[in-house]
Design a protein around this ligand. Structure first.
Ligand SMILES: C[S@@+](CC[C@H](N)C(=O)[O-])C[C@H]1O[C@@H](n2cnc3c(N)ncnc32)[C@H](O)[C@@H]1O
Length: 282
């Protein structure tokens, strides 16, 4: 039952924390596009108004998750990465980072962080039954990288003598320039050992400025800040790092499965986000 300000105590399925169901939340909007059930009317309203501008949004979210699978597999299988830090992890869905990583090596470890306490509580509940590699889902904020680096779970989970695979998928687009996303990424990567990797996906308006402009305005109207960045601005997140081939590309073009066919809808959806992986020099 919602109270007069829309704060709802959710007991069925959601953890026992206060959820403001009147304000759309990026993780729940994403969940709606992925066909999940962890969303409320305000999330669905924003999802639908964004789809009036960019109808392929559900496919865009799907190809973003498919990149997660390819990137984690590449890092674990080809580069031998054994520990991952997934920043802005969002609500669990099919094939989360630890599941992909542990298919390659069951002892692979993953620390998930998200700044939203509701996402963290709900994700912990959903993932409680997962195996030994799912070592933590903690609350921390990328805008304050110290909250990640000095979180007790950081040193407990990650062996800082070994390289780490860091994922920042569809999260940097939620941090405007005046909240210093470039400095945050750089500070976090500085404490990680040489040979660590950074994987990013990021919304762009390069191909459809009108549609993405409408998306950004629709989000703003409902109280959410979303930033589209140009290709060069996405590349700047990797300053001082070596780019892994093919560099910053539409998300479906980053090392596609050789045997996998990409539908025309997914191909189009892929042009709304860039993907890239870089390595901190050894
Ligand atoms: C759009 S979802 C993306 C989820 C997942 N990374 C993916 O690509 O499917 C963005 C997530 O980032 C989280 N987030 C937003 N700003 C953040 C910040 N400053 N620090 C940590 N997490 C943040 C949100 O709570 C949300 O769960």
């Amino acid at each position: 039952m919602a109270n007069s300000v829309g704060i709802e105590r959710i007991d069925a399925g959601w953890p026992s924390v206060d959820v403001d169901t009147t304000v759309p939340h990026p993780a729940r909007v994403y969940d709606f596009w992925l066909g999940g059930k962890d969303n409320f009317a305000a999330d669905r309203a924003l999802a639908e108004s964004i789809m009036q501008w960019v109808p392929v949004m559900p496919a865009k979210v799907r190809v973003n998750r498919a990149f997660l699978g390819r990137a984690v597999r590449y890092l674990a299988e080809v580069e031998g990465i054994r520990q991952f830090l997934d920043v802005g992890a969002g609500l669990p869905t099919a094939r989360n980072t630890h599941q992909v990583a542990q298919e390659i090596e069951p002892s692979n470890r993953v620390l998930y962080v998200d700044n939203d306490p509701v996402v963290v509580a709900h994700a912990r509940a959903l993932m409680a039954s997962n195996g030994p590699g799912m070592t933590g889902f903690e609350q921390a904020d990328l805008r304050n990288p110290d909250s990640i680096m000095y979180h007790p779970a950081f040193a407990r989970t990650l062996d800082l003598t070994q390289p780490v695979g860091v994922l920042m998928l569809a999260v940097l687009m939620l941090i405007p320039d005046d909240e210093h996303p470039y400095e945050a990424v750089s500070k976090l990567m500085t404490v990680l050992p040489p040979g660590s990797y950074l994987a990013v996906t990021h919304l762009t308006a390069d191909v459809d400025p009108a549609g993405v402009g409408g998306l950004v305005a629709a989000a703003e109207q409902q109280g959410s800040v979303v930033v589209a960045r140009r290709r060069a601005e996405v590349e700047e997140f990797f300053a001082g790092m070596d780019m892994i081939t093919p560099g910053v590309v539409p998300v479906t073009s980053w090392r596609p499965e050789p045997e996998g066919e990409i539908s025309p809808e997914d191909q189009l959806a892929g042009t709304y986000a860039y993907a890239a992986v870089g390595r901190k020099p050894r």
